[in-house]
Design a protein around this ligand. Structure first.
Ligand SMILES: Cc1cc2nc3c(=O)[nH]c(=O)nc-3n(C[C@H](O)[C@H](O)[C@H](O)COP(=O)(O)OP(=O)(O)OC[C@H]3O[C@@H](n4cnc5c(N)ncnc54)[C@H](O)[C@@H]3O)c2cc1C
Length: 374
């Protein structure tokens, strides 16, 4: 079987790439190891306004799969809080499993083939011709002119092609409850060095579930460490009260070292988490995965149709390097101190930093409105 483009990974980056390439007229195959794109997810699924407005595909998402949230409630370790809004700015909480399954349907409708339960293990250059041969566990090997690795933080495509691999991570765990009592207008974010060193805890009343999670920095060479979600629930019991036991767990590693050095070689590109495209400050990667996945699909189509050079030579220069956000992460890791955070909450400096991190200072012509309360 031969294709113009094989994409490994049916998540945000891979599906955006496959759809863009198929709409441009390429023969596209997506390989996904899970039985469905929405199975065993490792994401909260919060999508920022910038992505919603920039990615036209998201305008087609069925309204039942998303819920608008207008503000962030940021809690200091002593649980004083700051409400952050920016005029016109909002997030989507999503039913992420259903959203990804919907995306697969949409990608198939655009003309791409999506093969589930199909593990990618390696790609070999085709001798004497351009492209790659991909052996599959069952059935005949697949040939492709171009390969996109959108297979997440531990990319097999990167390993097989000798490209860079993620080495710096946060570890996140999230429980999904049928529902929970909490203020539904906010994404609740909790700073606590003991419970979430190097990151935060969070709670959000999502679409089909309430989600409560914690993430921490993983130290190189050490295991990912324990995360005490029960400790967060105990501490915040007057703010967030799950109704019933957790019905599922989402857990995973989040690259936090910024863009990797070598993310392409002739005829092949990495995108999304595979390329380290996650904001080191917020740990958000859905927007960049969708945006650069789509760009990668369009660029590969332009190359194979003779309109542009191989994107391996130029597209990675347009990938985000997250320099400022890496500095924010470095500072946070060095200076995360509960006493200091308790003192700073409500100050102008803290407000500005929080605006920068959560709203990218977009959507606000000046600054986010705020109120610090006990
Ligand atoms: C707990 C947690 C919460 C998060 N919450 C948010 C959030 O709210 N908002 C946000 O913007 N970001 C969030 N992130 C980050 C975000 O989920 C990722 O940045 C985003 O999912 C990256 O998309 P991707 O398509 O690059 O890769 P992934 O979503 O990791 O998808 C990779 C796909 O490749 C498949 N795959 C892997 N290996 C193979 C193989 N060998 N063969 C075939 N298929 C393979 C996988 O099964 C998977 O479907 C969160 C991350 C975690 C861990």
């Amino acid at each position: 079987m031969s294709f113009d483009l094989v994409v490994v990974g049916a998540s945000f980056a891979g599906l955006a790439a496959a759809r863009a390439a198929a709409l441009a007229g390429l023969r596209v195959l997506v390989l996904e190891k899970k039985q469905s794109a929405g199975a065993r997810l490792h994401t909260t699924g919060v999508i920022v306004k910038d992505a919603i407005e920039e990615i036209a595909w998201l305008q087609e998402v069925p309204p039942a799969l998303v819920r608008r949230i207008d503000g962030v409630r940021l809690y200091a370790p002593n649980l004083r809080h700051l409400d952050l809004y920016a005029p016109g700015y909002y997030f989507w909480a999503t039913d992420a499993p259903a959203l990804l399954d919907w995306m697969v349907g949409s990608v198939r409708a655009s003309g791409a083939e999506v093969r589930l339960e199909t593990l990618f293990t390696e790609a070999r250059p085709v001798s004497g011709a351009e492209g790659w041969e991909i052996p599959l566990a069952s059935g005949e090997a697949v040939r492709t002119r171009y390969l996109i690795g959108a297979d997440g933080p531990f990319s097999r495509v990167a390993k097989s092609l000798g490209l860079s691999q993620n080495r710096e991570f946060l570890f996140g765990v999230e429980h999904e409850y049928p529902d929970a009592e909490m203020d539904r207008n906010f994404l609740h974010c909790f700073v606590d060095r003991e419970l979430a060193p190097g990151y935060i805890g969070w709670a959000v009343a999502g679409v089909a579930a309430a989600q409560v999670g914690l993430a921490r920095r993983v130290l190189p060479g050490a295991g990912h460490g324990r995360l005490r979600l029960d400790g967060l629930l105990e501490k915040t019991s007057h703010l967030v009260q799950p109704l019933g036991p957790a019905r599922s767990v989402r857990a995973g590693m989040i690259p936090c070292g910024g863009l990797l050095e070598r993310v392409a070689r002739p005829g092949a590109l990495l995108v999304g988490d595979a390329a380290g495209m996650v904001s080191p400050a917020t740990a958000g990667g859905i927007h960049t995965a969708l945006r650069h996945g789509q760009e990668a699909g369009e660029a590969v189509a332009a190359f194979l149709q003779g309109r542009k050079d191989d994107p391996a030579a130029w597209l990675p220069r347009r990938y985000p390097t997250f320099r400022a956000k890496r500095a924010v992460r470095w500072l946070y890791e060095k200076l995360q101190n509960d006493w200091v955070f308790n003192q700073l909450l409500g100050t102008a400096a803290m407000r500005r930093l929080a605006e920068e991190v959560y709203f990218h200072r977009k959507g606000s012509k000046g600054r986010a409105t705020h109120a610090a309360r006990r």
